[in-house]
Design a protein around this ligand. Structure first.
Ligand code: GLY
Length: 420
C-alpha cells in the first residue's frame, strides 16, 4: 500500500514512524520535515493546495491518505480527495465542525446530553458585552468559535479582562473569521486529560489517554502553546472512569454526529476536565493531538493503518487495540521565545549521542547542506517509553541534555503532575 501522510509536525512524524514500523515502506509526506524525510518521500506542497495534493496522489498512485492537522480537515480536504476517488482517512468538512466551530460542538453536547460547562453563544459584540457586564462570578472562559492555532481560548479573571478578550476576538479580529462568534462559558475546576478514539461513524475503537502541557513555562505558567510535552496514559483515568467517558461522552458524540447527518470518521479527541461532578468536555478535536500522538503511538501495539482503513470503510466493530504496559513521556524542544517571537536556522547537534531506546520526532526542522536546522517554534519531540512515569521522565531529560541548538528551550517539569 502506498500511503501519503499530510502535515509537518511531530504528530505527523509519529504517525509516519508508526506506519513505517508496521512494515509499510512506500510512504510519502506533504510537506513533511527533516525527520520524516528519512522514512518517507516528502513533497514541497502546502497542505492547503488541495489541487496540488490531488495531482501528487494521482501521479504517485497513492492508495491511502492520512490527514494530520485540523486546518485542512476543516477546509474539506477529505471531501475533496475522496471526490477524485482517493481514499482518505479523516472527517469530512461537515464532521470536522465538531472542532472547527466551538458553538456547533457546544450545541451538539447540549442536544445529546454530553456533560460540559454552561455556555452562551454570541454573534454580536454588543450582546456579548452586555452579557459579561452582568456576570458577577469570575473566572469565565471566552472562546473564539473557529480555529485559532490553540490560542482562541481566553480565561478572564475580571470583567476588564473579559471585555479585553471580546475586543481582541470580535473587534480587533486577531483570529480573523474564527472570531465571527464567541462562546462564553463557566470556568470548570479539575485536572485536564485527553481521551482518544477512532470512529467509523458508528462504532469506536478506544485508544488511550494522555495529558498535554499547554503552557510555555514550568508550573503551567506563561502563554498557551501548541503543547510543550505530554505523557500517556493518565493515572487519573482508571478503567471505570474510562468506560464512563467512552459511553457517556465519546459514543454519544459519535451518535449525535450521525444523527445530525455528519457521520464522524477519524480520530476523535476529547479534551476533558475531571470535575468533582465527573468528567466534562472542554472541547472536541477532530484529529490526533500534538504532542499527544507522540506518546500514544509508541505505546500502541496494534496496527494503526488497519484501524484507519477500517474506520474509513465503516467497519470498526469488534476491534480492540492493544497497548504496551508502562508509560511514555515526551518533552518538546522549542526555539526560545516560542510561542511569540523566535529565531530559526540554527544547526541541531547531538543526535548521535542518544540511546537506542530514545525516539526523536521532528517538528519544525529542515535539512540544509547535510545539516539539520531549526525551522520554527516547536523543533523536536524527545520520547521514552519506560515501566514507570518517573523513569520515563528521568530518561527523557537525560536524553534531552544531549541535544543542543542555539536558543534551545524546554519545560523541565513534564510528567510531574502524576509522578508520586
Ligand atoms: N495538544 C493540543 C492539541 O493538539 O490540540
Amino acid at each position: 500500500m502506498r500511503i501519503l501522510i499530510i502535515g509537518n509536525g511531530g504528530r505527523e512524524h509519529a504517525i509516519t514512524w508508526k506506519i513505517y514500523n508496521e512494515g509499510y515502506k512506500d510512504l510519502f509526506c506533504i510537506p513533511g520535515n527533516a525527520g520524516i524525510s528519512d522514512i518517507a518521500e516528502c513533497a514541497d506542497i502546502k497542505v492547503n493546495e488541495f489541487d496540488k495534493v490531488k495531482d501528487f496522489c494521482l501521479e504517485k498512485r497513492i492508495d491511502f491518505v492520512v490527514v494530520g492537522p485540523d486546518n485542512p480537515l476543516a477546509d474539506g480536504i477529505v471531501d475533496y480527495l475522496e471526490s477524485f476517488g482517493i481514499k482518505t482517512f479523516g472527517p469530512t468538512k461537515d464532521a470536522a465542525m465538531i472542532e472547527s466551530s466551538k458553538a456547533f460542538a457546544k450545541d451538539l453536547m447540549k442536544k445529546y446530553g454530553i456533560e460540559t460547562a454552561r455556555y452562551e453563544v454570541f454573534t454580536n459584540y454588543e450582546d456579548a458585552y452586555k452579557f459579561v457586564n452582568q456576570i458577577s462570578k469570575y473566572p469565565i472562559v471566552i472562546k473564539a468559535d473557529g480555529l485559532a492555532l490553540g490560542k482562541g481560548v481566553i480565561i478572564a479573571n475580571t470583567n476588564q479582562e473579559a471585555v479585553e478578550a471580546l475586543d481582541l476576538i470580535m473587534k480587533e479580529r486577531v483570529f480573523g473569521n474564527a472570531g465571527n462568534k464567541v462562546v462564553i462559558e463557566d470556568y470548570l475546576i479539575g485536572e485536564e486529560v485527553s481521551v482518544f478514539v477512532v470512529s467509523d461513524g458508528k462504532d469506536i475503537v478506544p485508544l488511550t489517554t494522555a495529558r498535554d502541557h499547554k503552557k510555555a513555562f514550568d508550573g503551567d505558567k506563561g502563554p498557551n502553546t501548541g503543547g510543550m510535552g505530554a505523557f500517556s496514559p493518565s493515572k487519573l483515568v482508571n478503567k471505570a472512569v474510562f468506560e464512563d467517558i467512552l459511553e457517556n461522552i465519546m459514543l454519544r458524540a459519535v451518535y449525535g454526529m450521525r444523527k445530525e447527518g455528519r457521520p464522524f470518521k477519524g480520530v476523535l479527541y476529547g479534551g476533558l476536565i475531571l470535575t468533582e461532578e465527573g468528567p466534562k468536555v472542554l472541547e472536541f478535536n477532530a484529529r490526533f493531538g500534538d504532542p499527544e500522538a507522540q506518546v500514544i503511538l509508541p505505546l500502541m501495539k496494534s496496527e494503526l493503518i488497519e484501524i484507519m482503513v477500517k474506520a474509513r470503510e465503516g467497519n470498526l466493530k469488534g476491534i480492540e487495540p492493544k497497548f504496551d504496559e508502562g508509560y511514555s513521556l515526551c518533552v518538546v524542544l522549542v526555539s526560545r521565545g516560542y510561542p511569540d517571537k523566535y529565531d530559526i536556522g540554527f544547526e541541531i547537534n547531538g543526535f548521535e549521542n542518544l540511546d537506542k531506546g530514545t525516539i526523536v520526532f521532528h517538528a519544525n526542522t529542515k535539512k540544509e547542506n547535510g545539516k539539520i536546522k531549526t525551522a520554527g517554534g516547536r523543533v523536536l519531540n524527545v520520547v521514552r517509553k519506560e515501566k514507570t512515569l518517573k523513569e520515563a521522565k528521568e530518561k527523557v531529560y537525560e536524553e534531552v541534555r544531549k541535544i543542543n541548538f542555539e536558543n534551545i528551550f524546554y519545560r523541565t517539569d513534564i510528567g510531574d503532575k502524576e509522578i508520586d
